[in-house]
Design a protein around this ligand. Structure first.
Ligand SMILES: [Zn+2]
Length: 203
């Protein structure tokens, strides 16, 4: 906790002071974020750092392996879907970015199976991407499976986003755009999903 509080003191004396007016304006006028970024919980792939975001700029949702579950309005506890609804329907964000990353532990569980400590929730959560697992295990050589699966999970999340009727409506109307991206932890390079299905580095 000491390390966290030391960081808070640096924030309070540094970046909060620099952005004080922005915080005050956001408090008075409310937020109008320009994007929702759905990333992984991985501590090395923080969307706010990668996009060098300022307060109020983007909604960040993070879960294991940046997965969007299919639209399923039932009594289960849908944390990610609730965040999507809030951002899309209430705040009306004009863009959603699904941000995958390299060395993803969730994707490793998907490909290699869950260790005993990750079977209560992680394994069933990752089963959202079971189709990715089948495809990648059948079609990709062992060396490229992990990265291929990480990028396929981004595409699956984008496809699942379109199962939410209020996402599909807005995409069709042109008021919401969906993007895919993948971040390489070691090199710090961001790749963007292209129309042809490939991921290419941002120049
Ligand atoms: Zn991850």
């Amino acid at each position: 906790m000491d390390t966290l509080l030391a960081g808070y003191r640096r924030f309070r004396a540094g970046s909060w002071q620099q952005q004080r007016q922005r915080y005050e304006a956001l408090a008075d006028q409310g937020q109008q974020p320009q994007a929702l970024v759905l990333g992984c919980i991985d501590s090395r792939a923080d969307p706010g750092m990668i996009f060098d975001a300022v307060p109020g700029q983007m909604i960040t949702v993070r879960n294991v392996a940046n997965l969007v579950p299919p639209y399923a309005p039932d009594i289960a506890s849908h944390g990610t879907s609730a965040a999507l609804e809030f951002a899309v329907r209430v705040l009306q964000v004009p863009q959603i970015v699904v941000l995958g990353h390299g060395l993803c532990g969730g994707v490793r569980v998907l490909l290699e199976g869950a260790p005993a400590e990750a079977r209560d929730f992680v394994a069933p959560w990752m089963s959202i991407a079971a189709s990715v697992r089948e495809r990648v295990l059948q079609a990709s050589p062992v060396e490229t499976r992990q990265q291929r699966a990480e990028q396929e999970v981004v595409k699956l999340s984008l496809a699942n986003l379109m199962t939410f009727p209020w996402v599909a409506e807005r995409v069709a109307a042109g008021s919401l755009r969906l993007h895919g991206a993948w971040f390489a932890i070691r090199s710090g390079v961001l790749l963007l999903l292209q129309a042809d299905g490939s991921f290419q580095p941002v120049t």
